[in-house]
Design a protein around this ligand. Structure first.
Ligand code: ADP
Ligand code: NI
Length: 214
């Protein structure tokens, strides 16, 4: 029964995201789901809730749904339409709304399942995949990969994020390098440490090559 709901939800999400180019493409969801499953096993979190929340976590993003409210309503209607039990709906909705509200990625998760899915989403923003996503996103927004004249701001408001010039490499300092400190679960912390080292190694090589020294 639960497997059927997962399969149906997978198709629903795949269909909605098939033409997304804002960094929320289907394969981001696919990776977050796989990570969430692996972390859930290690942390003893509920499998069904983690997978469903991972699959649906970006549907309510304003970049996709137009507004968070509209997106959340759509997710709720979907869960009702496939007859997910009420207590599961409440739990899944609470995870997704915490993740999708503005700056929500910084919000505290109260349940272990929420912590797992939030960790999985943050992990997909670092490591080799995180680097790839950052350059892809920057390219799509017309940013340079690096410009020594654009200062790095370690603290940015949402407003600055949206309106001011940045670069792919600046984004490492503005966000990626901070993510490992935000991990909730101990298994995700372990994965984040490796991915973080990979970011540092990448930057070291990048600047070496930039100066023609490597
Ligand atoms: P999510 O909600 O899945 O964490 P975001 O919408 O914050 O994703 O970003 C999607 C991807 O694009 C992430 O990998 C993120 O690091 C990257 N990204 C977001 N903002 C920027 C930016 N200003 N410059 C470069 N990459 C960015
Ligand atoms: Ni995401």
């Amino acid at each position: 029964m639960e497997q059927m709901m997962i399969d149906q939800t997978e198709n629903f999400v795949k269909n909605k995201l098939k033409d997304e180019s804002s960094g929320h493409d289907w394969y981001h969801i696919h990776r977050v789901r796989n990570l969430a499953e692996n972390i859930a096993v290690k942390e003893g979190a509920d499998h069904f809730v983690c997978v469903m929340a991972a699959l649906l976590h970006d549907i309510a993003d304003e970049k996709i749904a137009g507004s968070e409210e509209k997106g959340l309503e759509e997710v709720k209607l979907w869960l009702e339409s496939i007859s997910v039990e009420d207590h599961y709906i409440t739990h899944i909705m609470s995870i997704i709304s915490t993740m999708s509200f503005k700056g929500g990625n910084q919000s505290e998760m109260t349940s272990i399942e929420g912590k797992v899915v939030q960790d999985a989403d943050r992990l997909d923003a670092i490591g080799a995949i995180g680097i790839g996503r950052t350059f892809a996103y920057s390219g799509a927004k017309g940013q340079l990969m690096y410009d020594p004249e654009i200062p790095v701001r370690e603290k940015m408001t949402q407003e600055q994020y949206r309106n001011e010039k940045s670069t792919a490499v600046n984004h490492f300092y503005e966000k990626l390098l901070k993510l490992k400190h935000g991990m909730n679960t101990s298994y995700a912390k372990k994965l984040a440490d490796d991915r973080h080292l990979f970011l540092e190694r990448f930057l070291d090589q990048f600047f070496g090559e930039w100066e023609g020294e490597k």
